[in-house]
Design a protein around this ligand. Structure first.
Ligand code: ADP
Length: 809
């Protein structure tokens, strides 16, 4: 274990493993087959690279990403790991040279395209040497159920079988439904593999869905604010890529493009410009992105809604691989649904696959229309529960100014009603604006009472407003050869004045990804080194590393090695050049280095709050009232820790309230005033002098408790408390606690709890749940739940799994 940490530090310059990495690595070192499903950016590569260094023999990495292999090998070489690649870009001489090196023990790792696996000379060569591991990257490509099926991946199974001394086989992917996981295990012929599925949440990605306004205007304003950052704009069709690419270029930004209609050469060139930070905006179809290692993509904008949640999550996953805050913005108009249906219809031949694609599209549409936390919705879709709202998506954060558009909506809706037969948006807009065009006159629409009642509106604004009405479900767009507009029950309510139409003015986000002066200087140095060495800048150092340098001003080797991302090897290569730039900066700006940083590090890291019991009880009563009104469980509205924090900090205006953990703008909007009034009355009555201070990202500790709910629950179980008591005490559902127990056992293997699981399910439920588990697997509880009678709850499913698969009595 110590040894793998040393390697992490020496070669990669990282101080700690990311979740899961250590466990996966030791699993591989024990020669056990493995399937790891981890989201993009979680750090899969290190998981097979470190074992490659430690095992005797060579590791083969099968990857579909021919155009990126050189970068991957360059990245390895930059940290001193000997590697090479074999693919169609090599000529015969180069190919033979690598094989020669392989025979002579020159490499620890070889990247290979699956198409090359049956090359006779290659097979002869590897038969003569020792292969320790075969790692299959992007393993979902083997499955027809995945969205990137590659026929050549089907060769891998036979290839593996051909070994007399079978190496350990490891498979990695970022997206795999249960079906895909099963396919991977079967088709790659993994033997009794350890399946490792890590959490899918990417906390650093802010998820935004914008259903209002015009896409082109949004894009223009957004780019104006973020012109320095790297970003991807995804479009649904090649035609749209071409047109947005031209627009973005015309606005003066440095852009490139990517779609299947370009030649291999063009695609490679554009991809290279983007990866090497020579152009910072990529306009592309979904053909772009698989395996792109560029870690500093700060935004991903979808100019259209994608076809599936899987596709969407994978595409936004390309943002923020370095763990830094990044933005994902989906620009939606109802026409997107129509277009995607059309693309499925013409793109897929088999009726079965069409049916699957339509179903996935429907789920994507449901996500766009949902009014709750988007992250919760997505994670739920992948079978993960997010207990609290994320406070980092546009539904949680929406704080645009509200506008009552009921009267405008009534005008539009009553016009549709009066036009009788269904028509499309273009004719509707013409009627509302009082157009004299021949078609309108011939249909006699100039004589209906709504003719011209919105003539003051610009055409584009009216189209935008109509789209927004459809996006929010106030009317329907029925698809056909031409989509037509129809009223629905909600339209009728609006027309009768029973339902208001309130839209928020969504502003272009104010965030801009600008960095400090020193950061930009270091970035320029990195760019020059990278260009000279013909490698992508991230191979030199990642943005995160540069940011740390620009904050900490390391001036010696020792200080440099403290920076995350600087290991011995990288220090030898680049350390001094960077120190020189930092030293210059420090001296010209008179920065006193050293003590300042030490002092900063010693600042308190906790924000301590003590509950005011009397106020806390009053707040609980208030929460009861909210809950009764909405027929919800109190803690699902506001958690008890949030109430405790309020009671100990006394927020007396809405701005203060926003600093309380667990209260996003939406909750502040709904419950804020009542909470504030209660607190105000209380502090006045008790004559409490309020000294408000902001939390400033410090760790919140309430009444000395700094453990998470998971840890509290486990230690209470260990102390012998009943699970129901724990649930009441910490206000977490029994099913979530059973989830904590499952995670704990997975992590530690410790099954010493005394739990009476039988009380959480009926006897006859056990058999059906077990059947479902055997069919679907046990990792995604929500997938199991979907197949069962709705009366069977999560708690029953989790209890049955714990009892039968984790051997808890
Ligand atoms: P994935 O293949 O899972 O999408 P990568 O292997 O490309 O992810 O890793 C994503 C980024 O995270 C890379 O820049 C990598 O160097 C970095 N990384 C990986 N492991 C760690 C770690 N333990 N600490 C810090 N950064 C890490």
């Amino acid at each position: 274990m110590k040894e793998i940490r040393k390697i992490l530090e020496k070669y990669y310059g990282y101080k700690d493993f990311r979740p899961g990495q250590e466990k996966i690595i030791s699993n591989i070192l024990n020669k056990k087959d493995l399937l790891a499903v981890m989201p993009t950016g979680a750090g899969k590569s290190i998981c097979f690279q470190i074992p490659a260094l430690l095992l005797d023999g060579v590791t083969l990495v099968v990857s579909p990403l021919v155009s990126l292999m050189k970068d991957q090998v360059d990245a390895l070489s930059s940290v001193g790991i000997k590697a090479a690649f074999l693919n169609s870009t090599l000529d015969t001489n180069e190919f033979n040279e690598v094989l020669y090196g392989l025979k002579n023990n020159e490499y620890k790792m070889i990247y290979i395209a699956p198409e090359r696996l049956d090359s006779r000379v290659f097979l002869d060569t590897i038969n003569s040497i020792s292969i320790s591991q075969i790692a299959i990257d992007e393993a979902h490509c083997v499955s027809q159920w995945g969205h990137d099926f590659r026929v050549s991946y089907r060769k891998i199974g036979d290839f593996i079988e051909s070994f007399t001394a079978r190496p350990v086989i490891t498979a990695f992917t970022a997206t795999a439904s249960q079906e895909v996981q099963k396919d991977i295990v079967k088709l790659l012929r993994l033997r009794d593999p350890e399946v490792f599925v890590s959490g899918f949440d990417r906390e650093n990605l802010e998820i935004n869905v914008i259903k209002e306004g015009r896409k082109d205007r949004f894009l223009k304003e957004y780019l104006k604010k973020n012109s320095q950052a790297s970003g991807i704009i995804y479009c649904a069709t090649r035609k749209e890529v071409n047109s947005i690419y031209e627009d973005v270029k015309a606005l003066g930004y440095s852009a490139c493009k990517y779609h299947a209609g370009l030649s291999d050469k063009e695609r490679k060139e554009y991809q290279d410009l983007f990866i090497k930070d020579k152009k910072n905006i990529m306009v592309a179809t979904n053909a772009f992105g698989m395996g792109i290692d560029k870690p500093n993509v700060r935004f991903v904008i979808h100019n259209n809604m994608p076809q599936s949640i899987e596709g969407y999550y994978q595409e936004i996953g390309r943002a923020g691989r370095d763990g830094e805050k990044s933005e994902c913005i989906l620009l939606f108009t109802p026409g997107d649904i129509h277009m995607q249906k059309y693309l499925i219809d013409v793109g897929l031949k088999s009726e079965d696959r069409k049916a699957i694609a339509y179903k996935k599209l429907q789920e994507m549409v449901a996500l766009v229309h949902s009014s709750g936390c988007y992250r919760k919705f997505i994670l739920n879709y992948f079978g993960e529960e997010l207990k609290e709202d994320c406070n980092n998506c546009s539904n949680c954060l929406s704080d645009g100014e509200e506008q009552d558009r009921t009267i405008d909506a009534q005008k539009v809706l009553s016009c549709i009603g009066r036009m009788k037969r269904g028509y499309g948006a273009t004719i509707l807009v013409d009627v509302l604006r009082g157009s004299k065009n021949q078609k309108i006159i011939s249909l006699d629409f100039n004589n209906i009472s709504t003719y011209g009642i919105m003539k003051d509106y610009k055409k584009d604004d009216l189209v935008g407003f109509i789209n927004t009405l459809i996006s929010h479900g106030f009317m329907e767009q029925v698809e056909g050869t031409y989509p037509i507009l129809r009223l629905n029950p909600l339209s009728v309510k609006v027309l009768k004045g029973e339902e208001k139409v309130i839209f928020k003015n969504i502003k272009v986000k104010d965030t801009s990804f600008d960095y400090s002066d020193l950061f930009n200087k270091l970035k320029a140095l990195r760019f020059n080194i990278a260009t000279e060495q013909k490698v992508p800048p991230y191979v030199v150092f990642g943005d995160r590393t540069l940011k740390e340098m620009s904050n900490d001003y390391p001036l010696t080797k020792e200080q440099m090695l403290e920076i995350s991302g600087v290991g011995e090897m990288k220090y030898e290569k680049y350390g001094e050049a960077f120190i020189k730039v930092i030293a210059e900066y420090v001296s010209t700006n008179n920065i006193v280095k050293g003590p300042k940083i030490e002092v900063e590090k010693k600042l308190p890291s906790n924000f301590n709050v003590s509950t005011d019991e009397n106020l806390y009880l009053k707040l609980r009563e208030l929460r009861e009232k909210f809950a009764a009104k909405e027929s919800k469980i109190p803690y699902s509205i506001i958690s008890q820790n949030t109430l405790k924090e309020i009671s100990g900090r006394y927020p007396i205006n809405l701005a203060d309230l926003k600093d309380i953990t667990g209260l996003g703008p939406k909750k502040v909007e709904t419950y804020g005033k009542k909470i504030i009034n209660l607190v105000k009355a209380y502090v006045e009555e008790k004559n409490i002098e309020v000294n408000w201070s902001e939390r400033n990202k410090l760790k919140l500790v309430i009444d000395g408790e700094d453990r998470k709910n998971e840890e509290i629950a486990i230690s209470m179980l260990e102390e012998g408390h009943h699970i129901k008591k724990i649930s009441l005490d910490i206000e977490v559902s029994v099913s979530s606690i059973l989830g904590y127990v499952t995670d704990y056992i997975k992590e530690t293997g410790d099954v010493s709890f005394n739990l009476n699981l039988k009380e959480f399910y009926e006897e006859e439920e056990e058999e059906v749940i077990l059947k479902a588990c055997n069919k679907i697997g046990i990792d995604k509880v929500s997938d199991i739940k979907k197949t069962l009678n709705p009366s069977i709850n999560y708690q029953a499913i989790r209890a049955v799994i714990l009892k039968n698969f984790y051997n808890i009595a």
